[in-house]
Design a protein around this ligand. Sequence first.
Ligand SMILES: NC(=O)c1ccc[n+]([C@@H]2O[C@H](COP(=O)([O-])OP(=O)(O)OC[C@H]3O[C@@H](n4cnc5c(N)ncnc54)[C@H](OP(=O)(O)O)[C@@H]3O)[C@@H](O)[C@H]2O)c1
Length: 264
Amino acid sequence: MSSTLFSSLTSKTAIVTGASRGIGRAIAIELARQGVHVMLAARSEGQLKVAVAEIEAAGGVAAFSVSDLRDPEAPAGLVKETVAAFGGIDVVVNNAGATKRGDFLKLTEADWADGFALKFFGAVRLIRAAWPHLKERRGSVVNIAGVGGRTPGAEFAIGGSVNAAMLSLTKALADAGIADGIQVNAINPGPVRTERLEVRLQALAEQKGIDLESAEAALQRQMEVARFGEPQDIADLVAFMVSSKGRFFHGSLVDIDGGQTKTI
Ligand SMILES: NC(=O)c1ccc[n+]([C@@H]2O[C@H](COP(=O)([O-])OP(=O)(O)OC[C@H]3O[C@@H](n4cnc5c(N)ncnc54)[C@H](OP(=O)(O)O)[C@@H]3O)[C@@H](O)[C@H]2O)c1
């Protein structure tokens, strides 16, 4: 594939969760562009097939696993499949996440359990199953958390709590990773242009009777950001972080959010 910046990534292997669309898809494609053999995981077989075909058409190497990562057995199964397909694991990117927004008093037990089951426990289980393989290869973990982990908000009680837990987990495992030679970091994206943001912009445009461009400008002002992010912004950071050039990132919780996080 073209545009290889990080030769240290050639023929490494990575698992990317939530790779059927949005940020995870961009991460998988970017890592493949850098020569990584990528296992893409999510539930939507059709979208995974399209992403793998795109990688292969550009000369990359990829496979997919149809996994519901809320299932406690799924992460270990994903690790097994990856080792069988590629012979080992160098990089794990925990990106899959779907937490419900809304009024705290209306969010149900099931909403809370579901949010933690996928993004937090899915990551815990995947890292635990992959750890011996990562140790063998002095590999890397990247947890895609989110700005809500540092800056909670009333509408985002579940997402903020899950992301804060991810940040704490990242620090704990980075500490363990010093002894085991495994690099562990987290990235906090701000508003990134994926399906969820598009839906929000559409709703705002309809609600205010304005066009999409004006809705975008209004939401940017409201969120106090320089611009919205693109999935590629996050993918580029992941590729740098897990390359040899990014190895001194360790236990880092990196905000990439257009200035949305105001605190130090
Ligand atoms: N976009 C943003 O502005 C933003 C900001 C901060 C943080 N983040 C975080 O970044 C990550 C990606 O966000 P995104 O906007 O790219 O999300 P997205 O477009 O909604 O994609 C979510 C991905 O997770 C997968 N997924 C959902 N449920 C799953 C399950 N049970 N098992 C396995 N995979 C599952 C989805 O695939 P299937 O439906 O095919 O399973 C999809 O590939 C999330 O963790 C999110 O919290 C995003």
